[in-house]
Design a protein. Structure first.
Ligand code: CP
Length: 300
């Protein structure tokens, strides 16, 4: 694999092998040394979890890490993002982790840089967030490994969510039994690649084994999407009451950042069935596996 761009490019065996390697890193706590390589983080959108976990994952594998300060980079003088990447590749930066607000931007850049370096999509617009989907699947597998029996519900702003897109793709590949996408009509996408969409919280959560709650992405809403947040909360918030539609031991997940008191309540975030921080911990191991798989690909 030259570039890590989306779940669609991964075969089922490669998904399984990445997750297996992430589990190995988590449980062995013994890591190979890739100290001759360098990874650069280029985040054109804000991030806490993804940026830090790619940095920490790279450091655990002894890579050198550069966090490019974009505000003071030469892009502020008019250099294009393509030229920035080509210049970094010319300095032998092997891996570049990119988050961008534009859909498919990392794919476009990958075509431009070819095999000069490896690009990793750390979230592009509303399109894809493949490392998040992998770490979510790893977390589900740790608790409920029988995918063919699972009912999963994704709740929230599905339409603007790159996480929901990548989750649909990965759940289809691994054969999750049932996927329900729950949102008010204006936040349901026109096309669903896998699963069944519903406006009913009760129907969508009924007997769910896993609930993945999404953030209300205020920054991606336009005037047409305007939603009354109080109204949203009343109908769709994951609370200690509404979660009872799902199975008693349903896993509660959220990719973060969490808007406590909007899409999800404190009691649920901090409750005994919450795996939100386990997702974050697993993210480091999953990103170690992704970085290693790129470094071991035939080009390097
Ligand atoms: N889940 C996620 O992408 O979080 P960050 O925006 O903090 O990276």
């Amino acid at each position: 694999m030259q570039h890590f761009l989306s779940i669609d490019q991964l075969s089922l065996p490669s998904i399984e092998s990445l997750i297996q390697r992430a589990h190995y890193f988590k449980h062995k706590q013994q890591y190979p040394n890739y100290s001759s390589y360098c990874l650069a983080n280029l985040f054109y959108e804000n991030s806490t979890r993804t940026r830090v976990s790619f940095e920490w994952a790279a450091k655990q594998l002894a890579l050198n890490v550069i966090n490019l300060p974009l505000a003071s980079s030469s892009e502020s003088k008019g250099e294009s993002i393509e030229d920035t990447l080509l210049n970094l590749a010319a300095m032998n930066i092997h891996l570049m982790v990119i988050r961008h607000s534009q859909n498919h931007q990392v794919e476009t850049l990958a075509k431009r840089v070819g095999n000069r370096c490896h690009l990793i999509n750390a979230g592009d617009g509303t399109h894809a967030h493949p490392s998040q989907a992998l770490l979510d699947l790893m977390t589900i597998q740790e608790v409920k490994p029988h995918f063919a029996d699972l009912k999963v519900a994704i709740l929230g702003d599905i339409k603007h969510s790159r996480v929901a897109n990548s989750l649909q793709a990965i759940f289809a590949k691994v054969g999750i039994k049932q996927l329900h996408l729950i949102a008010p009509k204006r936040w349901l996408p026109e096309k669903v690649s896998f699963g069944h969409s519903t406006e009913s919280l009760e129907e969508g959560l009924h007997n769910a084994d896993v609930i993945i709650c999404l953030r209300v992405q205020k920054e991606r809403l336009n005037d047409l999407d305007h939603v009354d947040l109080c109204g949203y909360r009343k109908q769709y918030a994951l609370t200690s009451i509404s979660r009872l539609y799902a199975r008693a031991n349903a896993m509660i997940m959220h990719p973060g950042p969490v808007n406590r008191g909007i899409e999800i309540d404190d009691e649920v975030v901090d409750g005994e069935h919450s795996y939100i921080l386990q997702q974050v911990s697993n993210g480091v191991y999953m990103r170690m596996a992704i970085i290693e798989s790129l470094l071991l690909s035939p080009k390097y």
